[in-house]
Ligand binder design. Structure first.
Ligand code: UDX
Length: 431
């Protein structure tokens, strides 16, 4: 049965959630606090790049509205989905002020049956919100935790074909309503208590991050022992108990979820009196992985001061425009601190204002970016990098060092193209 749904937050999660619920036949109002974003969405423009999202929004235009008005969004809704961001505070704990702002905007939500939190929140948040609702005379409003597991670049696909739909609720009616809203989506519903549902998201991301940090440590060991991490992890991942996913060594994880959620779980554990030692190491390995790449370049070039380095790819992964917690920002900062000049290329990055160097040194093609550089570093695994005429690129450079931070290219082919080719967890090849 079509329901009236309000989605608070028109970011990656909120837009995908709103659009996909509309696609299932529901009447959806998406509310955001940024006027330009709401105006753009109402004019049919989608402010972020996410494959398939524009199409889903366009084909559901009559069931999907965007507004700035919280009262208006909440007033008619049977379910409110909270999809606002929960960035880290100075202490690393999640900043829940935007979540609470939504809760406080529900006073006039007379038709509301359930408040559903998709935002990633520390375990215990639902219990506090439940108590607040009861005290505010909103005891009739149910509460559910419904964490989101979509990855950027495949969010629509992940939403419509999830591995699981996790629903944590205090009462059966709210859980049943949330499950009903998802009808039409092909995926098993896992029903549980609210604290467990809150913990699933943090734990799933921490375990994925652990797999990547593990692969990166194995890669670093391979560099010291002469093994090839690509062959090692392909064979390790062939064990069905381990699985082949998230074992790709590189420059470490970034993005909007892993860095924030791993620190949030670390702080949640510390605040609860249990230091999560393994997770602490997982985070540290990730921090070191970027610095290690800069150090390897420094060693190969005999110092970085006065050298020009081209960064190829800036986003935290390919097929997104997202720069949040991208390894490129740390790598560039380290290079600049060492006295190097940085040039860059990225086909899609939405450049953050706080990184002015990217705006002034961004080039249209990888070839332009490497021209005149002593060294180049592949930071993001953009498929375009496989098509670069590398021999020609080498000829435009003043040096011959290429550090492939994502193992995109073939070591022998790069040596043949004239490069001293360093990659992650594989032997260095030379011209
Ligand atoms: C992730 C989770 O996958 C998703 O379930 C959650 O909801 C949000 O966080 P996302 O941040 O979009 O999604 O990116 P993902 O594709 O999972 O990659 C995360 C980071 O890990 C990227 O920086 C990527 O480059 C890196 N990564 C991933 C590796 O270095 N190696 C791998 O094997 C996989």
């Amino acid at each position: 049965m079509p329901r009236k749904i309000a989605v608070f937050g028109a970011g990656y999660i909120g837009l995908v959630t709103g659009a996909c619920f509309a696609d299932l036949g529901h009447q959806v109002v998406v509310r955001d606090i940024v006027p330009e974003k709401v105006a753009a969405l109402n004019a049919g423009e989608v402010p972020i790049y996410e494959p398939g999202l524009s199409e889903v929004i366009a084909r559901n235009a009559e069931r999907l509205r965007f507004t700035l008005d919280a009262d208006e969004a909440a007033a008619g809704a049977e379910a409110v989905f909270v999809c606002v961001d929960t960035p880290p505070t100075a202490s690393g704990d999640a900043d829940l002020s935007r979540v609470w702002a939504v809760v406080e905007a529900l006073k006039n939500a007379v038709h509301l049956k359930a408040l559903v939190v998709k935002s990633t929140v520390p375990t215990g948040t639902g219990v506090k919100i439940r108590a607040y609702l009861d005290e505010a005379g909103l005891g009739h409003v149910g509460y559910a935790s419904n964490p989101e597991f979509t990855a950027e670049g495949r969010a629509v696909e992940d939403f419509l074909r999830p591995d699981r739909i996790v629903i944590g609720a205090f009462d059966d009616a709210s859980a049943a309503l949330v499950a009903e809203i998802h009808e039409g989506i092909d995926g098993p519903v896992l029903r549980m208590d609210v604290p467990s549902a809150e913990t699933v998201k943090l734990t799933a991301n921490a375990l994925l991050a652990t797999k990547i940090s593990f692969a990166n440590e194995v890669a670093n060991l391979c560099e010291a022992t002469g093994a090839d991490v690509e062959r090692v992890m392909a064979a390790v991942g062939a064990d069905h108990r381990l699985g082949a996913h998230f074992l790709k060594a590189g420059l470490g994880w970034g993005g909007s979820c892993f860095p924030k959620d791993s620190v949030a779980l670390k702080q949640l554990a510390a605040n609860s009196g249990y230091p999560f030692q393994l997770l602490n190491a997982v985070i540290e390995v990730n921090d070191l992985q970027r610095r290690r790449a800069v150090n390897r370049l420094k060693e190969e070039l005999g110092g970085l001061s006065g050298k020009t380095v081209a960064l190829l790819g800036l986003t935290f992964k390919a097929r997104t425009d997202d720069m949040r917690e991208a390894p490129s920002t740390v790598i560039a900062a380290r290079l600049l601190a060492e006295g190097a000049t940085v040039r860059c290329w990225d086909p899609m990055a939405r450049l953050p204002r706080q990184e002015p160097w990217m705006l002034t040194t961004r080039h249209d093609t990888p070839l332009d970016a490497v021209t005149g550089a002593e060294a180049a570093m592949i930071v993001t695994e953009w498929p375009e990098l496989r098509e670069v005429p590398w021999e020609k690129a080498r000829a435009t450079m003043t040096g011959s060092v290429l550090l492939d931070g994502r193992n995109v290219l073939d070591p022998e082919a790069m040596a043949a193209a004239g490069f001293t080719y360093l990659s992650v967890g594989r032997a260095t090849t030379r011209p």
